[in-house]
Design a binder for this molecule. Sequence first.
Ligand code: SF4
Length: 376
Amino acid sequence: MSGLRREDGPAHRLDALRGTTPPKPHDARAIAALAANPGCARRALMDGAGVDKDAAARHLGFPAPFGQSPFAITRGNAFEALVKADGCAELLRLLREVLGLPVAEVAYHDVENVGAHLRHTHTRALFDRAARGDQDAGTLFDHPLLSLEIAGHVAFLEPDVVAFQLSGRFHVVEIKSFAVVDGQADPGAVAAAARQAAVYVLALRTMLEELGHDPLTVSHDVVLVCPENFANRPVATLVDVRRQLAVLRRQLTRMTGLDRLLAALPDDLSFDLRPGEDGRPTRPVAELADALHRTTARYAPDCLSTCDLCFFCRDEARQEGASDLLGRQVRDELGGVASVAEALGLADGLRDPADGQEEIAGLLRNAERLRRECLS
Ligand code: SF4
């Protein structure tokens, strides 16, 4: 994957946008969230520049509503430990069920046993041997350390575990502690897990390609392991992440081609927090807010679970009366009508449609007529 280099113009401009703080590394959760709102220029710019969005949101007085409770973290860790106990014995049982993994072919490698600084190199060597078909290379790889280049920065990623089947395919395994009840799980949680697993699939495919192997030996079917019916007994399901992979690729390509977005920004625009000697931001809040307002956001209610700036952008959308507040589906159907006031004006005929709005204006007038008929 190509990326911006520090000495290039756009990379220099991204450094200037970030200002005096070092770039914030991306983890898999952050990269997965990129795919949640690919149309947002504000997010693409801030992530491309490596801006700490959480710190910016706090300084602006709009801290993000994220962070798991200590109870949820403990529960998640306990469930992962159960699945991986005794050399992943329970996981192997599940993999045999969903992938048809033959017992005799299982060999377990925990890459975490290798020194931290060597983990990435060791991971590459292990997967290289496994992809070549070396008999002793292993079947299950726990704690591998993968990497992915995001707008010129290398992000290191740790999948929960990667299973390798001797018939020639790698499968990413994602262990999550949300429950599957009667075969159903929270669709939002499954979608987030699928986006995160897609990041690992892409990182693994990139690594295999760099090593000269066929990247498609990494399956787009990931194994999602969750507790069943609120008990701790794990259950595994195959989840197809092709759609998430396509969105992620598009968004990463967009981030490595930020030139067009950068060219539209004023030269003096910066998201710098100007940290003082104690590391706390010293930049006047109004000045930072003004810098953000000068970039185009695409707020949607989904932002509330995926982006640190969600409360700031929601407040901005409320003040503007933006149609974005009504959700992505309504926004897409209103294509080109930016505010609720504009939509209402077109619906009751008090506002003339601008060029290109004739069709949506007709639909809105029709909907308004039907509404009046129903009410009367
Ligand atoms: S919260 Fe704001 S910056 Fe983040 S994705 Fe949504 S609109 Fe973009």
